[in-house]
Design a protein around this ligand. Structure first.
Ligand code: PAF
Length: 276
């Protein structure tokens, strides 16, 4: 595996690999890698001739300065973890990616305005800014993203449609800790007790599948989350799995998903569940 620090070199390598007829898979990350990321990289490795993984803590997608400052940066350990699953790790500085502050303003429509979009203004614009650059520089055949950030995948698909980017966007299943908590780089900020308690998020979502209407599911999840003193519910929404518009019924041709965001102390955790 080769570490690449400049955009110019990244493009050179990607052009050369494409010209040699290789299929290219890409896994964009912000580092602090865990088994969830590795599952994406492994899949990219299985499905492509060449794999690029990027490790870049993208400042423009953080709408909270403290969150950005506290985001774990563990490049050496990340590179060890990736091993030979990727051929190239792109690990640039902020100045390399953004020689001047980016000014792009996108309108990704509903999928970017609800839930995480409403709770974190500017977040999805920042995701669009960086993912567009990465996909245009590498021009992968396939790009892999985890379904924990289900809404992010919808936004990235919309960005690709709007910007005429033809990479296939490959959604990959959530990887969970043995206790059920969705893997996230943020989990490192939880105390041992908070980590154990946070397993209740997944448990409650799973148990909510016993109900067969939206109102009962909402009432159950909100009540159960409120019983746990360490939890502060940010939102729990049931939404159409494709449009992400609020679902009033489970009878929906696209399927219905539940999306939850919970603060455990200062750490904001997200998860989701498929009902139909
Ligand atoms: O999901 C993430 O880690 C980030 O949002 C991404 C897609 C790497 C863009 O910075």
């Amino acid at each position: 595996m080769e570490i690449v620090n400049t955009v110019e070199k990244l493009i050179d390598i990607a052009v050369r690999e494409r010209a040699a007829g290789k299929t290219i898979g890409m896994v964009p990350t912000m580092g602090a890698l865990h088994e969830g990321h590795i599952s994406l990289i492994r899949r990219a490795h299985e499905e492509n001739d060449v794999v690029f993984c990027s490790i870049f803590v993208n400042p423009v997608q953080f709408n909270n300065a403290e969150d950005l400052a506290k985001y774990p940066r563990t490049l050496e350990a990340d590179v060890q973890l990736i091993g030979d699953l990727a051929d190239y790790v792109f690990a640039p500085t902020v100045e390399e990616v953004f020689p001047v502050a980016p000014t792009e303003v996108y309108d990704f429509g509903t999928v970017a305005n609800v839930m995480e979009g409403a709770a974190r203004p500017g977040h999805f614009n920042g995701v669009g800014v960086i993912v567009r650059r990465l996909l245009e520089w590498v021009r992968p055949h396939k790009a892999y993203f985890g379904e924990k950030d289900y809404q992010q995948i919808a936004v990235i698909r919309e960005m690709c449609t709007q910007c005429r980017i033809f990479a296939e966007i490959v959604p990959c299943p959530i990887v969970r800790e043995p206790n059920g908590l969705a893997m996230s780089s943020r989990n490192r900020r939880l105390s041992v007790h908070e980590f154990e308690t946070s397993a209740n998020i997944h448990r409650i979502l799973e148990e909510s599948k016993q109900f067969d209407n939206v109102q009962e599911i909402k009432r159950f999840v909100e009540t159960e989350i409120a019983k746990i003193p360490e939890f502060q519910l940010d939102y729990f929404e049931l939404a159409d799995a494709q449009t992400l518009l609020t679902a009033d019924t489970l009878d929906n041709p696209h399927g219905v998903m539940g999306f939850i965001t919970v603060y455990v102390g200062p750490v904001r955790l997200i998860d989701n569940v498929k009902y139909r």
